[in-house]
Design a protein around this ligand. Structure first.
Ligand code: PLP
Length: 443
């Protein structure tokens, strides 16, 4: 309560903005994920690793636009690319050279030869699933319980569910996330637990026996919406083997991991090659973006026109100019080495504090991402997360951070994202505030 009151005092301009915003902007925000009680924080500007809210509070940005801004805010190379593009026109509904250059580079990084663009991660997963359905001639989609893949109906299933509604491991529930999702669509999505290849295979076999073999398995190779949950050794290899043996398209949703945890995302990091990859977030360097990569075989259904993968703004020239500059000038091998250095420091620093103060939890990280998972047991899937997370502590840590100039993703399921503009100073600041919280808690 003390921290909540303190934040309210520091954000009175946001409060006033919220009053104004609510008149014509539903709930005062552009997306429900921006909501926050009692009011959202409205941001005025960002520069490199920092953001300033409308009250003038200066914060180190570890939120980074829900993990999009690995380039940092207002990166000069992206600014120059946009400034060069704008006078030449920003939208034609026709392909430009940057589309080609970016596809070449993504093919090299992700080991998948064929690419298409979208304008968001949701569009990328929606189209990827349609392609997989067309390729296999099947309707059922398998996903990981608790994984977020965007806001279209097929994947708004079996996330954000109360622990006691999950169902048993072999038969996890298919439940819609919010109203307005047709039951017939929900029924076509089947969820299995993360880090359990045996449960996946048994469910596939049962579905096959029912004549409902899945078209695809869509998953994050490392889950990024229960904090960070890494794959156990051998799990991804087993999933690859099972999906290949059953003729099921394996889609790695790399909207959060792609370009963020390695040059070629989780696909490169874990060395397991999926049939398809979806990207968004970091790709656009702050502009709306999305991409789908696939094998020659799977993407043939796009090339032979049996699937319409379309969109007025697909390959938008401004987005593609930003993507090209990101890939060529910002997200370089040196940048990933810098991110790894910083992430090692922040993970080790937080873990040392967890140990010193005997907090319930552990620090975990990969590439530019990580978090302190406040949990009494190791989180390996949704069930262990829901059962063991200290949600109150997660909420308090967020407020505590914000009051001390550390801007973190809201919600109990998110993680930090570092940018190439972050420095040791930013990491020191994060660790110092975390130690202050730990000391406060144990006082
Ligand atoms: N897939 C994953 C793994 C995500 O984390 C997200 C968004 O957070 C999406 C898809 C949806 O992306 P977008 O919000 O750009 O539609």
């Amino acid at each position: 309560e003390r921290e909540a009151a303190r934040l309210n005092e520091r954000t009175t301009a946001s409060r006033d903005m919220y009053e104004r915003a609510r008149v014509h902007l539903s709930g005062g925000v552009a997306s429900s994920y921006q909501l926050r009680d009692p009011w959202p924080i409205y941001i005025a500007r960002g520069d490199g690793p920092k953001v300033w809210d409308v009250d003038g509070n200066e914060m180190w940005d570890f939120h980074n636009g829900f993990g999009s801004m690995v380039q940092g805010h207002a990166h000069p190379a992206i600014g120059a690319a946009l400034a060069a593009r704008y006078p030449q026109g920003t939208h034609f509904g026709c392909p430009t050279e940057d589309d080609v250059v970016v596809a070449d580079e993504l093919a090299r990084r992700f080991g998948l030869p064929k690419w298409r663009y979208t304008n968001s991660g949701s569009e990328a997963t929606m189209d990827a699933i349609r392609i997989a359905r067309a390729f296999t001639g099947r309707d059922t989609v398998m996903k990981i319980f608790g994984s977020y893949h965007g806001h279209h109906d097929t994947v708004m299933v079996s996330i954000g569910v109360e622990y006691d509604k999950i169902g048993d491991r072999e038969n996890l529930a298919s439940l819609p996330y919010g109203a307005g999702i047709p039951q017939s669509v929900v029924d076509m999505t089947v969820a299995v637990p993360f880090n359990d290849a045996g449960a996946m295979e048994r469910r596939i076999e049962r579905l096959e026996a029912e004549g409902r073999k899945p078209a695809c398995v869509i998953m994050e190779a490392a889950m990024m919406n229960l904090g960070v949950v890494l794959p156990e050794p051998g799990y991804l290899e087993a999933v690859r083997e099972i999906t290949r043996r059953h003729g099921i398209v394996l889609i790695f949703d790399e909207v959060k991991t792609g370009l963020a945890i390695a040059p070629g995302g989780a696909t490169e990091k874990f060395g397991v090659q999926p049939d398809m990859v979806t990207l968004a977030k970091v790709l656009g360097g702050g502009l709306p973006s999305g991409a789908i990569g696939g094998t020659e075989e799977v993407m043939s259904v796009v090339e032979d026109h049996s699937v319409y993968q379309v969109g007025t703004y697909n390959g938008n020239p401004l987005t593609m100019a930003a993507a090209r500059a990101s890939l060529e000038e910002v997200l370089t091998p040196e940048a990933y080495a810098h991110l790894a250095h910083l992430n090692d420091r922040i993970v080790d620093g937080c873990q040392a504090i967890v140990d010193k103060y005997d907090l319930p939890g552990y620090a975990v990280g990969i590439g530019s991402k990580g978090c302190v998972t406040f949990s009494t047991a190791k989180v390996v899937d949704y069930e262990t997360f829901k059962e063991n997370q200290d949600a109150e502590l997660a909420d308090l840590a967020w407020l505590f951070n914000l009051n001390r100039g550390i801007f973190m993703t809201p919600g109990r399921e998110e993680e930090w994202t570092l940018s190439v503009t972050h420095t040791d100073e930013a990491i020191d600041a994060y660790i110092a505030v975390f130690e202050e919280l730990a000391a406060d808690l144990t006082r």
